[in-house]
Design a protein around this ligand. Structure first.
Ligand SMILES: Nc1ncnc2c1ncn2[C@@H]1O[C@H](COP(=O)(O)OP(=O)(O)OP(=O)(O)O)[C@@H](O)[C@H]1O
Length: 256
């Protein structure tokens, strides 16, 4: 569903994504993990076409993102970690605008938006009267997720999607992802919340310094690397050694 070959992005002298080759199969929820600065967001942005790659290709359902950006964008939904929105539009205006960009007319968009409103328990009055700039972080997140799914994309890319959602909304959203995957959608889920990734994802890919270190099911990878949890696997592959001892020594110094 997503096929990445030799994808590379440089920012000046720094190589943020370094000849990344990665296949994401259909109907799966795949976790994209890595320490801060590993290149996860840069990778997702190249797959959406928001960033141009310096080398390599990204195909979404066989469509080359660089050469056929409009076609690729129709197949994709992206929930960015920034959650940036037009603050001076109401939630409804924003969603209708996004719908229009995907060629969905207002009559068709309104009932779809209502389904998401009901699902996320968003107040319709708020959505149609308040500017997005006045929404709480969680409400804004719900609108951004709705905007990403409104056109029923085949592939959904999520960058820290639960950030700002309360526990009820997060549980509901995780169940929604599982349903979408069962319906054949491909979901890439990038997050630092490893216990959620472990529960939700069929497989994970761990990146560091722009490269793919390992990929596979969390259980298989844990077994291969002698780790009891995904967190342990993650710190073993990407972390500094002796983190607990370092934290203890840091706290002692700070308090002395
Ligand atoms: N627009 C940019 N200009 C310059 N450097 C950038 C830009 N975007 C990303 N980078 C650099 O590329 C590297 C990878 O960044 P990226 O945001 O992809 O990492 P990440 O894995 O998503 O990190 P995090 O988990 O902290 O969100 C970082 O060193 C970052 O500073």
């Amino acid at each position: 569903m997503i096929s990445i070959q030799g994808l590379t992005k440089r920012f000046g002298a720094q190589t943020a994504v370094d000849h990344l080759t990665w296949e994401v199969p259909p109907g799966k929820i795949v976790g994209l993990l890595g320490p801060n600065g590993a290149g996860k967001t840069t990778t997702l942005k190249m797959v959406t076409g928001m960033l141009q790659s310096d080398e390599g290709t990204a195909l979404v359902c066989g469509v080359n993102v660089a050469t056929h950006p409009m076609e690729a964008k129709r197949l994709l939904g992206f929930v960015p970690d920034s959650g940036a929105v037009y603050e001076s539009l109401t939630g409804l205006e924003f969603l209708l605008m996004i719908g229009a960009l995907y060629g969905i007319c207002e009559e068709e968009a309104r009932p779809r938006i209502r389904q998401f409103l009901d699902f996320f328990e968003l107040d319709e009055q708020t959505l149609s009267s308040k500017f997005l700039g006045a929404y709480s972080k969680g409400m804004r997140r719900k609108v951004v997720i709705t905007a990403a799914l409104l056109h029923n994309p085949k592939v959904v890319l999520l960058d820290e999607p639960l950030d700002g959602l309360d526990a009820n909304a997060a549980v509901g959203f995780k169940a929604l992802l599982e349903t979408l995957a069962r319906e054949g959608k491909t979901i890439v889920y990038s997050s630092h919340v490893l216990d959620v990734v472990e529960r939700v994802c069929d497989s994970v890919a761990i990146m560091a310094q722009g490269r793919l270190l390992v990929e596979g099911s969390p259980k298989e990878l844990q077994h291969q690397h002698g780790a009891d949890t995904l967190e342990q696997l993650f710190t073993r592959l990407t972390g500094l050694s002796g983190l607990e001892a370092r934290a203890e020594s840091f706290a002692k110094n700070m308090l002395s």
